[in-house]
Design a protein. Structure first.
Lengths: 56, 418
């Protein structure tokens, strides 16, 4: 019986957490602009070499 | 010092829409490059050196906090304009004339490049208005509000060039991958002005610096600007951090996409070589809305139109939304809880255990139930803390618009630019 009560309490707590999460995401999209920070220098050269050519 | 219309003699302003100087009196449009450059102006007008207050005032006779400033004479009305130590252009507070203090640029730190404003004041206002109107939680006040201050400001940046080399070791599960990465880049912008919070200016990026042009004072007409007041060695630290973030991002983009999700970087041995290549002015609009004596400043990238800022939230709407989603989710979980047969399963489990093992085992099931309950409750509390943390983070971002640093940066320029 105790597990049922605890599960129910847990579901209510989780519901509260999800509500805050859901509203936070909506609020961020609605009221906050330009939060992505991105620097874009001009690239002259870029090389990536796989040292072992395959997984070691 | 203003650049005057050759036709009527009135001061001219740079208009991003025309990419030209436009006379505010007769509407004459002139290519900035057709006018004499800053040095010619300086020689032609024969302006006096800026007056240093230290030479004029006995410092001992002053009390309280002091600051460095210079006095310039307006070339239109002869009025004296007080300019703070980092200003290079301003409007005359008496006649509103655009007065460019070009001699500070020419003799101290003349920028190498400038990215002229491409976004007009109207476009910047429209971009901000669109954002505010589309925001569900934006208070009605902001949807109708008219900005109290709108200023076009050139922000000084150092541009860095250099190379970055790194051997990075990744783990995909237990499997290691090692990559040698190297890049060369130029035009990495780092803010060179102490007056504006780094975070705010960083959010204005990206600027597309392939559109930069040789500096010409004509582009400053009608706008405000600051000169560099950050030590290059301090800016170099910021350049290193930016270069590292940029490099790491690019490395991740270059890795095979199939590995991307699984990989995590475990070792990095970076070697960098950075050098300051030039000094440039980049454009931004500062739009301030006052609400109950609290300023909310939005920044708009003067080249791309990107809007940066945060508005307060409608508290009633947020509260109602949290309550509504909580009720819906609780009802949903309750229905799922009962409909899924979980209750019956638990009862069944108890009965089965009781049937098979009698009273002794029944007590051990009780402790298992307690452990399971604690685990489940812990998980639920985890979700709750994630929700609270996210909510707090979003609320903290609200401080950006209330940032007194941003507001003062915009407000302290003389004259009314609206």
């Amino acid at each position: 019986m105790i597990i049922i009560i605890m599960l129910f309490i847990a579901s209510i707590i989780a519901a509260l957490g999800l509500s805050f999460l859901f509203v936070s995401v909506l609020l961020e999209r609605s009221n906050s602009y330009g939060s992505n920070i991105e620097s874009t220098p001009s690239m002259k050269r870029f090389t990536v070499k796989d040292v072992n050519q395959q997984k070691l | 010092m203003a650049k005057n219309c050759p036709g009527c003699g009135a001061p001219m302003e740079y208009d991003p829409g025309f990419d030209s100087l436009v006379c505010q009196s007769c509407g004459n449009i002139i290519d900035p490059k057709s006018l004499p450059d800053a040095d010619d102006f300086y020689l032609n007008y024969g302006s006096e050196e800026p007056v240093d207050l230290k030479d004029m005032v006995d410092e001992d006779s002053w009390s309280g906090e002091m600051y460095d400033c210079h006095i310039y004479t307006c070339s239109q009305c002869g009025g004296e304009v007080i300019v703070s130590g980092t200003e290079v252009s301003t409007r005359c507070i008496y006649c509103g004339s655009t007065a460019v203090v070009f001699n500070r640029i020419a003799r101290e730190h003349r920028p190498d490049y400038i990215v002229p404003f491409k976004i007009t004041k109207e476009e910047a206002l429209e971009n901000v208005r669109e954002k505010l109107l589309s925001g569900f939680f934006v208070p009605r006040f902001f949807k109708k509000a008219e900005p109290s201050v709108v200023r076009g400001i050139y922000i000084p940046y150092f541009l860095y060039e250099g190379s970055y080399q790194d051997t990075q070791r990744f783990l995909a599960g237990e499997t290691p991958y090692i990559y040698d990465c190297e890049c060369e880049f130029e035009d990495l912008p780092v803010e060179a002005c102490k007056a504006l919070a780094d975070r705010t200016s960083a959010m204005l990026e990206p600027y597309y610096l392939n559109e930069k042009v040789e500096f010409d004072t004509s582009y400053l007409m009608g706008f405000y600007s600051n000169v560099q007041d950050l030590e290059p060695r301090v800016a170099a630290g910021g350049a290193n951090i930016k270069a590292r973030a940029f490099f790491d991002r690019e490395v991740m983009n270059q890795l095979p996409k199939s590995y991307f999700r699984k990989m995590r970087r475990v070792t990095s041995v970076p070697k960098s070589k950075l050098s300051r290549s030039s000094y440039a002015l980049l454009p931004a609009w500062f739009i301030t809305i006052n609400r109950e004596n609290t300023p909310y400043t939005f920044l708009v990238n003067g080249q791309t139109g990107k809007v940066v800022g945060t508005v307060p939230w409608n508290r009633f709407l947020i509260g109602a939304m949290i309550a509504l989603s909580f009720i819906v989710l609780t009802l949903l979980s309750t229905v799922i809880f009962f409909k899924s047969g979980l209750v019956a399963d638990v009862f069944g489990l108890n009965e089965e255990f009781s049937y098979r093992a009698g009273h002794k085992l029944s007590s051990s099931v009780d402790s298992a139930q307690i452990y399971a309950s604690i685990g489940i409750l812990g998980g639920a509390l985890g979700i709750l803390s994630v929700g609270f943390a996210k909510f707090k983070k979003v609320l903290d971002n609200l401080n950006l618009s209330r940032s007194i640093v941003t507001f003062i940066f915009s407000k302290k320029r003389q004259g009314d630019a609206k």
